[in-house]
Design a protein around this ligand. Structure first.
Ligand code: C2E
Ligand code: CA
Ligand code: CA
Length: 941
């Protein structure tokens, strides 16, 4: 169906869009997560950089600290040198030999002192005017040092003073000179000074002795910043200004701890200390430059390795994180993705989430939920698909054409079962409105039903016809809402066949299958229609009720097939008696009804009914046999006899009943009197039921006596009805109705029960040989054939002292056309020892043959003969014959209806032993009967 296809289509479209979308998202997710990890690594990287810079700085700081430490050491030793020199010169200035520098002693003393010192290159003691007269080393020419600043300071300030780089005038060596004033005791002013010459080469060599790290550069500068000692030794550097000195360039300007790159391209940390200060000009300074390149390189390497290590760690951990990300997030995500894709194709991949590394509870939860969800969803979808397939199969299997319509009746979808039945090729339906397709007649029906559908909101069904390819096709349409949408379903079915079948069934339902005449249902409808039409036109409607006389006999004698054949012929003859406007139907069994319509109906009634009567009297020939029957016809007409169709039928029926009652083969018109009689009949029928219920029946007994002795030997049980209104009724007043009401069996059984009950008392009174005769009617016999009522033979056996106590009277009429059951019943009675009397013998039926074939214990000579004997010769003859016959066959004869003594004598003389009649007694109630003498006095001739 489209409904579903549409949805499926949407899904396909969605999945077409989804994968790229998902890929995009996934890629972004991946890069994002990677970026996230990298972002997480940034602080580490930054701290590594910071740490690198820091450790580099630490290295630098360590170097400068080292420099400072070594410098301090250097200062300490060099300071010791200067302090030692000061102390040495002070002591020397106090020595006696130098108190007078002009003295020879001085000149002899100083060389000795110099001999002892390995530090100084020369010792001298210039006089106050600078004239060097006393000197440790011999002077080649006179030397005056008065211009030397260190001398001047010593002399003027009377302090130990340190000179600057100079070329010693006495030795010609580059040196730094130290001076200490000589102030003899008691004198105020110095008379000269002692001077120690420190050779710069020595100083540099002395510097060398210091253990300095490799590549270290050390200088000592004078107050004019000229180099006075240098390490490693470099004679050319001596006397040079430190500023100009290549390796520690920038000397004075450079702050302590600065890194300076020397001319040799080596960078060094430089540290400076003041070695000696005398408050004038620049002090003597020690500078130490320690190469930092190596250390920095070291630091850089350390930093580099550390960075490398950290970067590696970051990389490893990032890698691990990525791997974990890949395994624990992206792979499960990928699996989820594949599961979703698989799910879209209708599969649930159970293994997808069972992969290693996907043991994250969130994913497990997601996967479990997804699995559950997809299972549920797939189950639902499978069910839905199954349902859809079933529906599809159902739709395919159904012979209907199906349309799905939008709210305005536009065809959205169709399923055509047979394209031959469509107004146009089905594909042209799509997008069209049903209203635009249907031809006028069908359209108006469609629109009316759509309106009805909208009003009631319930499914509507209607039928319509279309001419397709010149063939009229009947359709049934059903319009129904699709729940949950405003769409509708229109199902169209070709019902041509159904309609034809329906019409056929209808026809069959209204036709009597045997005679092909309309049946009772059709009759009812037709009578109603005709009645209505007649009333409208102010015309009479004549209804004839035709009942066949003797069909039952034909059935019984010649079989039902013959009976059926007869009915067919009767139907044909009936039809032939009528004009086209007349109507004849089979009412039931052997009853037919004729309707005469039109202006002349009443006038024609006589003629037509007579014609029917005549035609029925003509013998019918079936299977070579001629069959004669007759018909009883009752006629009624509206509006005179009845105002409703039912009343009309009933009136005709009553008239027919009368005709039948009068012997059949005649026509009777309905009269109000018939109506009254019928009313009585209906009342009696009604009363009979009640009478049985309230036990209104009584059994009277008529004695049957021994005609010779007058002894009461038998009693005939005769029914009486104590009617509450009509009083005591004899059987002829109610038995016909009981027969009509089908109550004969019940009545008979009531009689038998009563007789059996009364029997004991009678036997007590009249002797043990006393018998009661109970009448058993032919209708009773046939009813018992169908299983109704008591089983008499058994009942008698069980309820009487001996079987012969009850005698059963069966009329000769019952044996006219005995059924096998009748004969079997007779046989059964006789076999169980029950005696049977043949009642009303000789009443006109030629049943001698049966009499001869069946044994009867008694023969009851019909009242008519008894009453006519002895006057009537014929009756007398017949009675004599019967009596002779009975004697021959061993049956006892009972003469009925003996009213006069002549009759009694007649039978007495002819040896008839038993008789009954008003001469002796009429039927009496039980009590009256009991009051009878055992012997009735006979009037004898
Ligand atoms: P039926 O079997 O021939 O019974 C005898 C009828 O003759 C009785 O009429 C009786 O009263 C009458 N009858 C007797 N003696 C005379 C007489 O001297 N002169 C005249 N004119 N009649 C006499 P009842 O009681 O009216 O019964 C009429 C019929 O009803 C019976 O004729 C019998 O065929 C039937 N009937 C009566 N009781 C029953 C019954 O319990 N079951 C059946 N199936 N039929 C019964
Ligand atoms: Ca009888
Ligand atoms: Ca009788």
């Amino acid at each position: 169906m489209r409904v579903f296809q549409g949805k499926a289509g949407d899904m396909v479209a969605l999945t077409n869009i989804l994968p790229p979308l998902r890929k995009m998202k996934s890629r972004r997710l991946r890069t994002r997560l990677q970026a996230l990890i990298l972002l997480a690594a940034v602080p580490s990287a930054l701290s590594i950089v910071y740490f690198g810079i820091d450790s580099y700085q630490v290295e630098v700081d360590r170097n400068s600290a080292e420099t400072r430490r070594i410098t301090s050491q250097l200062v300490a030793t060099q300071h010791g040198l200067i302090a030692d020199t000061e102390s040495f010169l002070r002591k020397l200035s106090l020595s006696e030999a130098v108190q007078d520098p002009t003295d020879q002693k001085c000149g002899a003393f100083l060389p000795q002192v110099l001999q002892l010192s390995h530090i100084y290159q020369n010792l001298g003691a210039p006089r106050w005017d600078g004239e060097l007269l006393c000197n440790a080393l011999p002077l080649r020419e006179p030397v005056n040092v008065s211009d030397r600043p260190y001398f001047r300071r010593a002399m003027d300030k009377e302090v130990f003073s340190v000179g600057t780089f100079q070329t010693d005038r006495a030795t010609g060596l580059t040196s730094v000179n130290f001076a200490h004033p000589i102030i003899p005791e008691g004198q105020k002013d110095p008379i000269g000074a002692v001077v120690a010459v420190l050779g710069l080469d020595w100083w540099s060599t002395h510097l060398m002795r210091e253990t300095l790290p490799e590549g270290a550069v050390a200088t000592i500068t004078d107050r004019e910043s000229r180099i006075v000692a240098v390490h490693p030794p470099d004679p050319t550097a001596l006397g040079q200004s430190l500023v100009g000195h290549g390796r520690l360039a920038g000397g004075t300007v450079v702050s302590d701890g600065a890194v300076v790159e020397g001319e040799d391209g080596v960078r060094r940390v430089v540290s400076r200390r003041i070695l000696f200060e005398d408050g004038e000009g620049q002090p003597i300074q020690v500078s130490l430059g320690l190469p930092v390149e190596e250390a920095l390189k070291q630091a850089r390497m350390t930093v580099f390795w550390r960075l490398l290590a950290l970067c590696s760690l970051v990389a490893i951990f990032s890698g691990l994180a990525l791997r974990m990300l890949e395994k624990q997030v992206l792979q499960p995500l990928g699996a989820l993705n594949r599961a979703i894709q698989g799910f879209e194709k209708g599969k649930v991949d159970e293994q997808l989430f069972d992969q290693k590394g996907a043991r994250i509870s969130d994913f497990e939860n997601i996967s479990n939920s997804f699995r559950r969800m997809s299972h549920a969803r797939l189950t639902a979808e499978t069910l839905e698909a199954e349902r859809r397939r079933q529906l599809q199969a159902l739709l395919q299997a159904l012979p209907d054409t199906y349309f799905r319509l939008s709210n305005d009746g536009t065809i959205l979808e169709y399923k055509a079962s047979n394209e031959q039945e469509l107004l146009m090729p089905p594909e042209m339906f799509l997008g069209r409105r049903v209203a635009d397709i249907l031809p006028v007649d069908a359209l108006s029906l469609y629109e009316a039903n759509v309106k009805r559908f909208r009003e009631t909101n319930e499914a509507v069904t209607w039928e319509y016809q279309l001419e397709i390819n010149a063939v009229q096709i009947d359709f049934e349409a059903r319009l129904q809402a699709i729940p949950g949408s405003n769409e509708m379903v229109l199902v169209v079915r070709n019902i041509s066949e159904v309609k034809r079948a329906r019409e056929k069934i209808l026809l069959q339902a209204r036709t009597d299958f045997l005679t092909r005449l309309p049946n009772r249902a059709s009759l009812t409808a037709e009578t109603e229609a005709a009645s209505f039409a007649a009333r409208e036109l102010g015309q009479a409607l004549v209804l004839m009720f035709v009942d066949l006389d003797g069909l039952k006999k034909v059935n019984d004698r010649m079989g039902h097939a013959t009976g059926d054949g007869l009915l067919k012929l009767v139907a044909q003859r009936l039809r032939s008696c009528l004009s086209d406007t007349d109507f004849v139907a089979r009412h039931a069994g052997d009853e037919f009804v004729i309707l005469l319509r039109g202006e002349t109906a009443l006038e024609r009634a006589d003629k037509v009914s007579q014609r029917v009567l005549n035609t029925m009297q003509r013998p019918f020939e079936i299977g070579g046999e001629k069959i004669s029957i007759a018909a009883s016809i009752g006629i009624a007409h509206s509006p005179t006899d009845a105002s409703t169709p039912q009343a009309l039928l009933s009136a005709a029926d009553q008239a027919m009943y009368l005709a039948k009652g009068e012997g059949g083969g005649r026509i009777r018109y309905y009269t109000p009197e018939i109506g009254n009689r019928n009313a009585h009949r209906l009342r009696m029928l009604d009363d009979l039921h009640r009478a049985l219920e309230f036990d209104e029946f009584d059994l009277h007994y008529q004695p049957i006596i021994n005609l010779q002795t007058g002894q009461v030997v038998l009693a005939e049980a005769l029914l009486r009805w104590n009617h509450p209104e009509f009083g005591l009724l004899t059987p002829d007043r109610f038995l016909p109705f009981a027969e009509e009401a089908g109550l004969m069996v019940e009545l008979g059984d009531t009689g038998l029960r009563r007789a059996c009950r009364d029997l004991t008392d009678f036997r007590d009174r009249f002797g043990t040989g006393f018998q009661i005769c109970v009448n058993h009617s032919p209708t009773e016999l046939s009813a018992r054939e169908h299983g109704h009522g008591l089983d008499w033979a058994r009942y008698i056996k069980e309820n009487t002292p001996h079987d012969a106590s009850i005698l059963i009277e069966i009329t000769e009429a019952a044996l006219l056309d005995p059924t096998p059951f009748t004969l079997a019943s007779l046989k059964a009675f006789r076999e169980s020892g029950i005696e049977v009397a043949l009642d009303d013998f000789g009443a006109g039926y030629s049943s001698l043959i049966y009499f001869l074939n069946n044994e009867f214990d008694y023969l009851k000579i019909d009242r008519e003969f008894a009453q006519n004997a002895p006057e009537s010769v014929r009756a007398t003859g017949l009675c004599e014959t019967i009596l002779g016959l009975s004697q021959r066959l061993g049956s006892k004869a009972i003469a009925e209806g003996i009213e006069r003594e002549a009759q009694l004598r007649f039978f007495q003389q002819r040896g008839c032993t038993l008789g009954q009649g008003f001469l002796f007694s009429k039927a009496l109630s039980k009590d009256d009967f009991m009051a009878l003498p055992q012997k009735i006095e006979l009037v004898t001739a």
